[in-house]
Structures are given as C-alpha cells and as structure tokens.
Design a protein around this ligand. Structure first.
Ligand code: 9UX
Length: 82
C-alpha cells in the first residue's frame, strides 16, 4: 500500500486474541457453558472453545478487559484455567 491517510470513524479499540487452556470440560455442554460465559462479558468479540484441545481462543478488546477477566469467568462456571 502506498502512503496515505486513512480515516476511521469507529471508536478506537485494541483487539487482542488470547488462547487460554481450560481443564475439566468433558462434553459439548461444558463447551457451551464456557462459550456462553465468555460471550456474556462486555468486550468479548469472539469466543471459540475447543473441547479436545482443552482451550478457549478469545478475541477481546484489551482496552476493556484482560486475560484475567476471561479466566475468572471460566472459573466461575466451574472449570480450571492455566
Ligand atoms: Mo454434561 Mo459437561 O453435564 O459438564 S455439561 S459433562
């Protein structure tokens, strides 16, 4: 791209993607519970929970929340994170 000025009218966000290991999920219901818990958080744009991979990949606005916020939400619904 050549140099130029880009005008963005949307508000400034700092989207970040985190992969969090989630322990204790044993069925698709568990996946759903974790997915819902993450998506309920203000600032979470996208949450993909992988049962076999034991992890959650979350895209969120780093201006609003942190990885700790995400981990806390997962732990609140009964799973361990690392
Ligand atoms: Mo089904 Mo997953 O009860 O806890 S949701 S094993």
């Amino acid at each position: 791209m050549a140099s130029g000025t880009e005008i963005h009218s949307e508000e400034m966000t700092t989207m970040a993607t985190a992969t969090i290991m989630v322990k204790g999920m044993t069925c698709s219901g568990c996946v759903h519970a974790v997915t819902r818990a993450l998506q309920a958080i203000d600032g979470v744009q996208k949450a993909d929970v992988d049962l076999a991979g034991e992890r959650a990949t979350v895209t969120y606005d780093a201006n609003q929340i942190s990885v700790e916020t995400l981990k806390q939400a997962i732990e609140e619904v009964g799973y361990d994170t690392l």
